[in-house]
Design a protein around this ligand. Structure first.
Ligand SMILES: Nc1ncnc2c1ncn2[C@@H]1O[C@H](COP(=O)(O)OP(=O)(O)OP(=O)(O)O)[C@@H](O)[C@H]1O
Ligand SMILES: [Mg+2]
Length: 220
């Protein structure tokens, strides 16, 4: 046996797309598509165009992080089930039979939808996870149930760090995003108590503006 011979790379081919959901065009954006994964239809988030590039380690981290959060949320009806990772640069998850949150899906689901959504975000936070990218296209309405997708930016904080100002702010920001969607789609804003709980400290506003400017430059 030749011990110097490098082992064959363990690259499982990613499945062939049957329906494209989103072309990754910007930096570290995955291709997202529907494909057959072991006999069942799945959604694949695929970063394999970064294989053999300097960005591959970052793409692997994104896959690992999202898979880890989905694994933690297994069995929760407000998140798709993780089906597995594929070769480190792609992950497969349950295909949610729903449509993004908009005025039509809201009308079909009924006004309880936002109450459910707030409840779902509160449970996520209670599990120590912040989503950090809550907007209408990351919420699929499945019948009357909101399903939160896209955990690429999610953060899981250990229990002993959960009362840090930054982590509290991430939770506040998730809830503020829910209220923004509610305001836009129903015209109903937060109650005065809810608004007071959501108010941002000045240091947060300064940080947020800085990050937004940087993000625009990166994504350009
Ligand atoms: N599990 C799923 N079931 C059904 N549709 C999905 C699912 N996951 C993603 N999609 C669809 O694909 C679109 C893109 O997926 P996603 O939001 O995860 O990617 P992204 O925004 O490009 O990700 P990232 O923020 O990681 O760059 C979603 O807006 C949604 O329409
Ligand atoms: Mg998204």
């Amino acid at each position: 046996m030749n011990l110097l011979k490098p082992p064959a790379p363990q690259v499982r081919p990613v499945p062939r797309p049957s329906r494209m959901l989103k072309h990754g065009e910007r930096l570290l954006e995955p291709n997202v598509y529907v494909a057959d994964l072991g006999g069942r239809l799945a959604v694949i988030k695929d970063y394999s165009r970064y294989r053999w590039t300097l960005l591959a380690p970052f793409a692997r981290i994104l896959v690992r992080r999202e898979a880890r959060v989905l694994r933690l949320l297994r069995g929760w009806r407000h998140a798709p089930a993780l089906l597995g990772t594929i070769g480190g640069l792609a992950l497969g998850m349950e295909l949610v039979q729903g449509e993004p949150l908009d005025s039509d899906t809201l009308q079909a689901a009924g006004t309880q939808l936002f109450q459910q959504l707030r409840g779902a975000v509160a449970s996520l936070h209670a599990a120590g996870i912040t989503h950090n990218d809550l907007h209408a296209s990351n919420i699929l309405v499945c019948g009357t149930t909101p399903v939160l997708i896209d955990y690429a930016s999610a953060l899981r904080t250990p229990r002993w760090l959960r009362s840090l100002p930054l982590v509290r702010q991430l939770r506040r920001s998730d809830l503020a995003n829910v209220f923004k969607m509610q305001q836009r789609l129903t015209g109903e804003g937060p109650t005065p108590q809810q608004a007071a709980a959501l108010a941002e400290p000045t240091w947060v506003r300064a940080l947020r503006d800085g990050w937004r400017r940087l993000y625009r430059v990166i994504k350009r």
